[in-house]
Design a protein around this ligand. Structure first.
Ligand code: NAD
Length: 436
């Protein structure tokens, strides 16, 4: 099949590459000409495990193309994916200008039947708005489909190639047939393609992300309570997660969720509820808890250093909002860095993939280390902000030698408090008693 993917960010690039991998001819479009040029030269604009091989193979085998020319890309394509940003607008609602703008551009260019598929996360009712734009700007028949994307950055290729489910919102029988054929290679193990109406599909994505964000905020509150009650959140997590109705995954406490999806999607669902005269109370709490949780490590630091962080140096391990990505959108690390700099502290950071993105955002306000141990030299404490695998079993003796004081604040509970006390560290983590 001939496919155009509009927008080549984390979702668009993975979608385009993975669709080319099963034999489709895919043209990816982006308005960022520099990015398009990079990809045309075989360079990836993002870090995402597993994508590199597929990206190169499909470019070489001429199934994957990149362009800034929308008209050329959609002329022959029956299927057009919209993988465009839907950032929060001024009032917390999703900004639909990218999706609606591109829909109008496409409507004015087409001369044959197209299946227009929204992969972006969009509020309920967006499919109706997209349909209206096509009705107003062209006589050509189109099917407008809501096909929300559930991939996770860091395992995006795996998620796309073997999704738990594919949700397709459409009433158009021809579009259903085309998409069933398109997605068949990805659901060979029997995972479902779930067909539904557009509104339910749009809401499914927000409900899924908001539920996951709620799970995180709930466990963060349990962790905070553990510290007050002298309980160990790791034990509570195991005890709770063994119940199949709850499940073992997504129960890890930390320093708040970040990324480009959870914060904006929870906010957008709360706003959408409000617009429709419904006060979604849980979501307000989820947002509030998350914002407080991003300060938890700073509060612990202030308590330890008697509110005097001025002139002290802190080593940070991890900047991306989660491991295996270079994405720093809404990352808790940015909140922590902001507080430290405001308090007059110095920051030396190390991240395996995200340092360039932080540098592009805040420049030389902090120092960037060549490796994880380099960051520690002479620092008053180490702060662990992202659970990259390379941080899981470090050389603790080396850490102790390099730090000015043997102090670790761990926002991701990577180590055993008992073991850390044995190494002679003061070790403070989330939802467990401080050790040392
Ligand atoms: P992104 O910001 O990484 O990428 C968007 C891309 O679209 C950018 O490259 C931008 O230059 C391009 N673009 C903007 N306007 C354009 C236009 N008119 N024509 C062509 N290209 C244009 O965004 P993303 O993270 O890929 O997210 C896209 C959508 O998918 C969002 O709605 C997001 O909520 C949703 N989503 C994201 C994830 C994720 O993990 N990132 C997962 C599921 C769903």
């Amino acid at each position: 099949m001939k496919i155009a993917v509009i927008g080549t960010g984390y979702v668009g690039l993975v979608t385009g590459t993975c669709l080319a991998e099963t034999g489709n001819i895919v043209t990816c479009v982006d308005i960022n000409k520099q990015k398009v040029q990079m990809m045309q030269q075989g360079q990836l604009p993002i870090y995402e495990p597993g994508i590199e091989t597929l990206f190169h193979r499909n470019i070489i085998e001429e199934r994957l193309f990149f362009t800034a020319n929308l008209a050329g890309a959609i002329a022959d394509a029956t299927i057009i994916f919209l993988a465009l940003p839907t950032p929060p607008g001024a009032d917390g609602d999703a900004d639909l200008s990218y999706v609606l703008g591109a829909s109008k551009d496409i409507a004015l260019l087409i001369s044959s039947y197209k299946v227009i598929i929204t992969k972006s996360t969009v509020p309920v009712g967006t499919a109706d708005k997209v349909k209206a734009i096509f009705r107003q700007n062209t006589d050509v028949a189109v099917a407008v489909v809501s096909n929300p994307e559930f991939l996770r950055e860091g395992v995006a290729v795996e998620d796309f190639m073997k999704p738990d489910r594919i949700v397709i919102g459409t009433q158009d029988e021809r579009a259903k047939e085309i998409l069933t054929e398109l997605y068949a290679p990805y659901v060979r193990q029997g995972n479902p393609i779930i067909f539904m109406d557009e509104r339910s599909a749009e809401l499914t994505k927000y409900a899924a992300n908001s539920f996951l964000a709620t799970k995180i905020s709930f466990m963060n509150e349990i962790a905070n309570l553990c510290e007050k009650l002298g309980a160990d959140v790791d034990m509570v997590r195991l005890g709770v997660g063994a119940d199949e109705r709850i499940g073992k995954r997504f129960l890890f406490p930390g320093i708040g969720y970040g990324g480009s999806c959870f914060p904006k999607d929870v906010q957008a669902l709360a706003k959408s509820a409000e617009t429709n005269d419904y006060d979604f109370k849980i979501l307000h709490s989820v947002i509030q808890v998350n914002s407080l949780q991003k300060n938890v490590l700073i509060n612990k630091l202030n308590a330890f250093f008697n509110n005097d962080l001025k002139g002290k140096t802190f080593a940070l391990w991890g900047l991306s909002f989660k491991p295996e990505t270079d994405d720093i959108r809404e990352a808790p690390s940015l909140t922590v860095i902001g507080h430290l700099l405001k308090a007059g502290a110095k920051v030396v950071a190390y991240d395996p993939e995200a340092m360039n993105n932080v540098k592009a955002l805040i420049g030389e306000k902090i120092k960037y280390a060549d490796d994880q141990y380099d960051a520690l030299i002479g620092a008053d404490a180490l702060l662990i902000l992202t659970e990259w695998s390379v941080f899981r079993t470090p050389d603790f003796n080396r850490i102790k030698k390099l730090l000015a004081g043997p102090v670790i604040f761990d926002g991701r509970n990577l180590y055993s408090p008992h073991k850390m006390a044995g190494f002679g560290f003061y070790y403070n983590s989330i939802g467990r008693m401080a050790a040392g």
